[in-house]
Design a protein around this ligand. Structure first.
Ligand code: SF4
Ligand code: SF4
Length: 337
């Protein structure tokens, strides 16, 4: 049976600083045809995201059948980094400004902080995204070469570069567009959940470096871990796009929001983030998750204890990562399959 390592990201604590993005990029994807790849990135939501329009690009499952998906375009949707006129601007006489030598069409942070809504009631939040190391990966099912596999020891989804022929069926099949085609290596590549770090007992770079203490890492079946408590016990952490059927193993604590203002500038009772935006991302159970979060916050504000809020505050950084494997429970003790 596959043991599964998983992550919970608390969207109420993500400040969009992109430290996780750079921690990942500088470690894994800053050269060799990977320049446009962001195995982890943070996008402003609502927005087109990265690659542009990924939510309308298809993929995932329709029951037992893969849904068709389209390939993102290198310049238009990913925004392959442009060259700049360094020679002209820096090494020749004159005052030519530094400028890109081709039009830049998009990028991983292109619509940062645009969001939606009208002043003074605009709204957005930050959505960190990485491969979900799904339990039912569409990328794996779409590969005719069986080049994609899920490690039995930790559930991490990886690509065997020796088997991959760069057909890109996996790229189209992933509904999160979190698998990329490397045009230099002519094969697909993706987030590896930092398995070389994990094998040395070090958490993923994105999680370990997160300045917001927004990311928890634990095994799905570890009942003392944050993933079990937030996902299974308290049900306040949800997968992104559950309707795609891939069964993600990255979960999100959905964002609360301050009330919008009425015409006289007085706060109203409604949440600022429209419910349909959150339901569209996390499914209908997001409403109950937000209600539970609000109830726990109210308890805490009333001076009562709340294990959930203590866990989400993350007083001690080291306790956010439980990488040691829990022993499987004996049959009948309710271990999750
Ligand atoms: S998020 Fe996409 S690339 Fe990652 S395992 Fe799931 S289907 Fe595959
Ligand atoms: S490092 Fe943490 S707080 Fe900063 S953008 Fe990434 S997830 Fe958000």
């Amino acid at each position: 049976m596959t043991r599964q390592l998983a992550m919970v990201i608390d969207l109420n604590k993500c400040i969009g600083c992109q430290t996780c993005t750079l921690a990942c990029k500088s470690q894994w994807s800053d050269r060799d045809g990977r320049q446009f790849m962001y195995w982890n990135h943070v996008e402003t939501t609502p927005g087109q995201g990265y690659p542009r329009g990924w939510r309308e690009a298809g993929g995932g499952w329709d029951g037992d059948r893969l849904k068709p998906g389209r390939l993102p375009r290198l310049r238009e949707d990913y925004g392959f980094p442009a060259d700049f006129n360094y020679d002209e601007a820096l090494f020749r006489e004159g005052d030519a400004p530094l400028r890109p030598t081709q039009p830049m069409l998009w990028g991983p942070n292109w619509d940062e902080d645009q969001g939606s809504g009208e002043f003074p009631n605009g709204f957005f939040f930050y959505l960190p995204r990485l491969c979900n190391h799904c339990s039912r990966p569409a990328c794996q099912a779409a590969c005719p070469r069986q080049a994609i596999y899920k490690r039995a020891e930790d559930g991490i989804v990886l690509i065997d570069p020796e088997r991959c022929r760069g057909y890109r069926y996996c790229v189209a099949a992933c509904p999160y567009k979190k698998i990329y085609f490397n045009p230099l290596a002519e094969r697909s590549e993706k987030c590896i959940f930092c398995y070389p770090r994990l094998e040395k007992g070090i958490p993923q770079a994105c999680a370990f470096q997160c300045v917001g203490r927004a990311r928890h890492v634990a095994w799905r079946d570890d009942r003392e871990g944050a993933v079990w408590k937030l996902v299974e016990e308290w049900k306040v952490a949800l997968p992104l796009g559950p309707e795609h059927g891939t069964q993600p193993n990255v979960f999100y604590v959905p964002p609360l929001s301050p009330p919008p203002l009425d015409a006289e500038g007085r706060p109203t009772d409604a949440p600022r983030l429209p419910e349909d935006v959150l339901v569209g991302l996390f499914g209908p159970t997001v409403k109950a998750a937000l209600a539970r979060l609000e109830a726990e916050i109210a308890r805490r504000q009333a001076g009562q204890p709340s294990a959930m809020i203590d866990l989400l505050i993350a007083f001690r950084h080291g306790e956010m990562f439980r990488l040691d494997r829990p022993q499987p429970k004996a049959k009948g003790q309710g271990e999750k399959s």
